[in-house]
Design a protein around this ligand. Structure first.
Ligand SMILES: Cc1cc2nc3c(=O)[nH]c(=O)nc-3n(C[C@H](O)[C@H](O)[C@H](O)COP(=O)(O)OP(=O)(O)OC[C@H]3O[C@@H](n4cnc5c(N)ncnc54)[C@H](O)[C@@H]3O)c2cc1C
Length: 400
């Protein structure tokens, strides 16, 4: 009899796990996600700045799953808890039994509670809804400038957190403003982009090359970078810093930290400070050999016991490993501990400009890096489209 694998979360990790598991004819898969779409968060910077459209950042999960014929069942619902002893996933609309379970629920923006007013007064980009709201605000502002409203008034747009997503958002918005200077004119010049971080440097944890090339690009785009700057609180109009200074702002996007998705809180399993599961070396959690966690919802280490950054890349590598581990378990073969490293990092820095590093020694910046990053994104998107097209063809065949 076929084994049933339930995958919770249709993000980068979840989809990669489904792709790999679908190669086994003796496995039936159920994918469940609270949203009806897969959100390409890695492209959020271009979406909020108005360069990409909704179809560049969201793909319908039901359509995608239909590309596997009847092998993959898709359920659009929120998982509320898991009964490990009974091997049941509890969702709002009932429960789903499993033989193997993969938790791939990702992470959410960590609006730190010690910064008063942060949650109420800032946007995140980890949810499509919030990215959408922010995009509307940004467009609205440009429109008002076009109408000659708010002229003479300095408008400060603030990005809190100078990690990978923060610098991408800052650079893309600054680039859009550069472009508008040519078409709308000097009116947009009063829109200033601030990038604020408590660390000594932008992009903490990445190589010197990436930090330097990114900073150079941000400077050339006129982004005002404030380092070692601690936000104390916020209200409707001002951001207050720990050194008693304040900054008037129009709107703020916060990318300063993440914590695991809410489901983790409902499970009595070992977790770290940001609620990520702490797994064993085979990515099992809660001492269950048939339950795995992948991607941003879990603290993943390489063989040297270093924690890997929460990226789409880590989510996909862990997904491939876990799909393979399930196959091996079914075939009663040995499973080696998870081991992976960061193969490369590419940072979009506004327009046709990126900075990147592959295998630690190939370093590129500018247009060539942009082309490489674009090729990686295109390849990912093409994979999604191929599945959707297959589903579409299957449906047409059935209808004839
Ligand atoms: C602006 C930005 C830029 C980035 N750039 C890069 C980059 O260049 N390269 C890179 O590698 N990474 C990048 N990342 C990080 C990358 O997007 C994440 O690491 C990646 O999305 C993690 O994948 P995941 O599968 O673990 O989770 P996600 O992709 O977040 O997916 C989790 C899924 O689980 C679902 N879910 C959550 N809870 C439940 C529940 N209770 N019930 C049902 N469904 C649930 C969600 O709806 C979601 O679909 C970027 C992130 C941002 C925000």
């Amino acid at each position: 009899m076929n084994k049933k694998v339930v995958v919770i979360g249709g993000g980068y990790g979840g989809l990669r796990a489904v792709e790999h598991l679908s190669k086994s004819s003796d496995i039936d898969i159920t994918l469940i996600d609270k949203n009806p779409y897969h959100y390409l968060q890695t492209e959020a910077y271009g979406y909020i700045a108005g360069r990409f459209d909704m179809h560049d950042v969201a793909v319908d999960l039901k359509e995608w799953c239909s590309g596997f014929e009847k092998k993959v069942e898709y359920i659009n619902d929120r998982v509320t808890s898991i009964e490990f002893d009974e091997q049941q996933v509890k969702r709002l609309g009932g429960s789903i039994p499993y033989d193997y379970l993969i938790i791939a629920t990702g992470a959410q923006t960590n609006f730190f509670s010690f910064i008063k007013g942060l949650r109420e007064h800032s946007y995140g980009v980890k949810k499509l809804q919030r990215a959408y709201n922010f995009r509307i605000e940004f467009e609205n502002l440009i429109y008002k400038k076009l109408l000659n409203e708010k002229n003479g008034e300095d408008i400060n747009l603030v990005i809190g957190g100078a990690g990978l997503s923060g610098v991408e958002v800052a650079a893309e918005m600054a680039h859009v403003i550069e472009v508008y200077k040519k078409t709308i004119g000097a009116r947009v010049e009063s829109i200033k982009i601030y990038l604020i971080d408590a660390s000594k440097t932008i992009l903490p944890g990445v190589s010197e090359f990436l930090i330097k090339s990114t900073q150079k690009r941000l400077d050339s785009l006129g982004v005002k970078t404030l380092r070692e700057t601690f936000i104390d609180s916020m209200d409707d109009s001002y951001i207050y810093f720990r050194d008693s200074k304040k900054l008037k702002y129009h709107f703020m996007v916060f990318t300063g930290g993440i914590k695991a998705a809410e489901l983790n809180d409902s499970l009595d399993v070992e977790k770290n400070k940001i609620s990520q599961f702490i797994p064993n070396s085979r990515l099992n959690i809660g001492n269950r050999e048939n339950v795995f966690a992948i991607g941003d919802c879990v603290e993943i280490k390489n063989a040297a016991k270093e924690v890997l950054p929460p990226t789409a890349q880590t989510a996909e590598r862990s997904a491939e490993y876990v799909a393979d581990a399930i196959r091996k378990k079914m075939d009663k073969q040995d499973i080696k501990p998870f081991n992976s490293s960061v193969l490369g990092v590419f940072i979009a820095l506004g327009g046709k400009y990126s900075a990147g590093e592959i295998f630690g020694f190939i370093k590129v910046s500018g247009y060539s890096a942009y082309l490489l990053k674009k090729a990686i994104t295109k390849a990912y998107y093409l994979g999604l489209r191929l599945r959707i097209n297959a589903g579409y063809k299957n449906r047409i065949k059935r209808d004839i």
